[in-house]
Design a protein. Sequence first.
Length: 395
Amino acid sequence: MSALSDSRFRRLLVGQSLSSFGDSALYLSLGIWAKDLTGENSAAGAVFLCLSLPVLLAPFAGHIVDRLRRRPLLIAVNTVAGLGVLALFGVRSEADLWIIYTVAFGYGLSFILLRPAQIGLIKEILPGEDLAGANAAIRTIGEGTRLLSPLAGAALYTAVGGHMLAALDALTFAVAVVVLAGLRVRESAPTPPQTREPFLREITAGAAQIARTPLVAFTTVAVAASFAVIGLLDTVDFAVIEFGLRQPPSFFGVLMSIQGAGGICGGLTVAAMIRRYGEARTVGAGLLLGAAGTALLAVPSLPVVIAGFALIGCGVPWLVVGYTTAWQRSTPQQILGRVAAAADLFTVGPQTLSIALGAALIAAVDYRILLAVCCGVLMLSGTVLLRRSPQLTTV
């Protein structure tokens, strides 16, 4: 049985795809908006910092997800996020930059709840052997929307500004709510209050589960090291566009679409990679592709930079799907939200710090030096993962 043969997963995938289209069209354009308002690359990088900061609250979000049924929680969060994004209608000048940052932060809060809740809901719908295919389908469709949405978002932003993008994203949140409301899933009951453990132990249960699962623990260390430098790219990308390619900030949307095209290739092949080589080696291969792509960004040539973004895009699904499948398959449903939150904290947490570092360094350090650091760490982490693949125990 494949994931796509389940009608409930297909409906969830359609709703997720439409929502992802609106999300990526808007939040990738928020950086362009901030750059246009201020003229500073660091202002664009700060948008992605705001998007990532809420991951520090991920353990608490995972605790909430494991204490509630997933479908009603997804409906509530999508509703609140759709209303919150409309605050962007108040942005008129540089003085309103704080609204962009606030909405970006709100996006980040919604993501740390939506992601573990959706992962848990998918595991309720599908058997363990179909999870890699399900994750691959979600990632492939997501990359497909990124192929079109950055171009559409940048074009719409250039033509009429960010306010129409906000309206579009609010509409896609509404579509997601409608899809979820019509989904029929018999969910496992949350853990009864009388059987719960002390609060600190419950909050850290996700990290403890990762630590005692060899493949997940080993892969987490390598992925966390890589994400500790990947965040540099969120700011450096704008320097590559400005100094390397001599293009306006809106060209970021074009390059994100190129990365999305590479992501489709990665998404279509990742399930086969996992079946043949296992989760850890698939992640390692993805990191090596990212290292090669990052090295190409240092070359001031449009065709070479395009190839670099395509390679990075191809490597991302191998990294994300391989890692997600490893901990999703090996985790009991009762603590899946906390494991998802812990995995996000161990990856997006270091990424957040590197985004802040990139925004601080970009004005003083040549962007090519930052690219070299990122490339070196990705290459080292990928090589280490390819040399060892612990056994995965499926739950």
